[in-house]
Ligand binder design. Sequence first.
Ligand SMILES: [Zn+2]
Ligand SMILES: [Zn+2]
Length: 262
Amino acid sequence: MLVWQNMHTHTHRSNFGGRDSTIANTVAEAESVGLTLIGVCDHIDEPESGREPLILENMKERDELDTPVRVLIGSEVSMNAPDQPAVKPEIMATWDYVVISANHFHLPCVSQPDERTEEGYADHFLTMAEGAVRYGASIIPHPFSYIGVRTMENGREIDWPRLMAAYDMNRVRRLFAEAAAKGTAFEINPGRLGIMPEFFRKIIRMGRDEGMKFSLGSDGHHPGQMHYGGTEKIAAIESQLQNLGVLETDICSSYAPRACTA
Ligand SMILES: [Zn+2]
Ligand SMILES: [Zn+2]
């Protein structure tokens, strides 16, 4: 069984979070389809945002639940520049785990590449991800196939094959080796594998070769997204992951604070 965790969920405490997206509801959804591990990571995007106490509120709500599902509480923190996570490392270290986004390029607080081309974004993502690993991310969310912006320079649409071709795969391999050493997992979001599955097949094999683990997450903001859409969808995701060559041993099974020690 591959789909037993969802390490990327948000509550009503995140922008766009549905009002019903409480921790209790998220956990009930997870339980209904047999997930055994859930991660709740409401957003902190801006430095000095004052949002850190919300993470403690999530912990308090979690502690009041009576459930067999293990629930880790942390935050999805934006890298604003290669050496600037939105939250100080000593604060991140007090959470159960931390998801550090290296490609929230839609946010005004996040630095853009010099050139707004596929090559520019691919390069900038890798630089930001190297920083996120250095700062002790447990998970790098929505890697490679998400860049947040809708258009490239001159307003043209993103050319997805060009973006995927723009990643320097030797540099990706070094990044995965570093992630493996630090205990950082890269996320697989089943909803994003449709773009260039062959690229992800390569990524999964390369991660395994370097000893790196993968987390599974839906980036759910609304009820119905926390359990990947239910039992039937999960069965479809299982075979999709199998087709991409994902093995049970590729999935990270233990998230120590700020580190995956699987
Ligand atoms: Zn994100
Ligand atoms: Zn998210």
